[in-house]
Design a protein around this ligand. Structure first.
Ligand code: SF4
Length: 327
């Protein structure tokens, strides 16, 4: 028989479950105090026309949000404190018109301080830059070697990447877009001396990443890419860094700094927890603040890698400069 003392047990049990629920949420908040998403990387597509062997954001889906949803997501992020948006992929220029419209919306309507894109450079045209270049502060172009035989070994194009890259550097100058270089240092290029090429190009920033294994993307024979053959040890990484440290624009980023110091938004507008946990739910469904409570973000790592830097075009004087961005 279900007596009065049974009822007490049920009430007690429900109370306990309620208490655990509250404690869980409070603990989560306490260990992840409110993150301000100052700088966000939006990986708007996973599709790409290149096939770099170490790619760590692979074409697991072909989904791209509708432009109106993507704009809503950007507006939510801006309202939560975003000052820099970086469009990444895959290759963002697989959807060049979408990218241009979104950059325009972020810069013109939302007045985001810094709008940038990371690209392999192969699909950027002068026509696109003439139409949308004014909405971009920075174009970061990937180049892992100034010898195309090495680029081909890596999967970065089919033998014409260096010329494409150099041409794009000129186009960015013509259209007033700051030019940044991204290099993934790996088994095939860590001995290369890139000083002469960097002297010639003079990028405002040259970011060099130690090749990174992300288990669910490139960490085994069961993932779309297997980057294990590209891995270098810390001594090889230091060799590359020492060779190039005289470059003022040189910004090295080893594995110790990189892993969780980015806020990454995927093609579904969900924050990623690469190598740590599943993605959050979409910011369109639960809002930015709620999604951020489930993100593992290494803010110290973000500051350590110099995540905040001079990221707007120098001529953008009409935009307010935040004192904390001046270093
Ligand atoms: S260009 Fe970038 S997105 Fe494309 S395969 Fe290479 S690393 Fe991956």
């Amino acid at each position: 028989m279900f007596g009065i003392h049974h009822l007490h047990y049920v009430i007690l049990l429900l109370g306990l479950i309620g208490l655990l629920f509250v404690v869980h949420h409070l603990t989560r908040f306490a260990t992840n105090p409110r993150i301000i998403p100052i700088s966000v990387n939006y990986h708007l597509t996973r599709a790409c026309n290149y096939s770099c062997g170490f790619c760590f954001h692979t074409a697991k889906t072909s989904h791209v949000e509708s432009l109106s949803n993507a704009k809503k997501g950007m507006a939510l992020l801006k309202a939560s404190g975003m000052k820099k948006i970086n469009f990444a992929g895959g290759e963002p220029f697989m959807n060049a018109e979408f990218l241009g419209q979104l950059a325009k919306y972020c810069k013109e309507t939302l007045k985001v301080e810094s709008v940038s894109v990371v690209t392999n450079g192969s699909k950027v045209t002068s026509k696109w830059l003439a139409k949308y270049g004014k909405y971009l502060d920075i174009m970061a172009v990937s180049c892992d070697s100034f010898d195309d035989t090495t680029n081909v070994k890596i999967g970065r194009g089919t033998g014409n990447h260096v010329k494409t890259f150099m041409d794009l550097c000129e186009m960015c100058k013509e259209h007033g877009v700051m030019f940044k270089v991204n290099t993934v240092v790996n088994r095939y290029n860590f001995q290369e001396d890139m000083n002469a090429a960097i002297d010639k190009i003079k990028p405002f920033r040259w970011k060099c990443f130690q090749v990174l294994i992300v288990p669910e993307e490139n960490g085994s024979e069961n993932t779309l890419r297997d980057a294990r053959r590209f891995v270098i040890n810390d001594e090889e990484w230091r060799l590359f860094c020492d060779k190039h440290k005289r470059q003022e624009c040189f910004v090295p980023e080893g594995n110790d700094v990189m892993a969780s110091s980015y806020l990454l938004l995927d093609e579904n507008l969900c924050f990623l927890n690469k190598g740590v946990a599943k993605p959050t739910r979409s910011i369109l469904d639960i809002g930015v603040a709620e999604a951020l409570t489930d993100v593992y973000w290494d803010e110290e790592g973000f500051q350590k890698r110099g995540g905040v830097y001079q990221w707007s075009k120098p001529d953008a004087s009409e935009r307010p400069a935040h004192p904390e961005l001046e270093w």
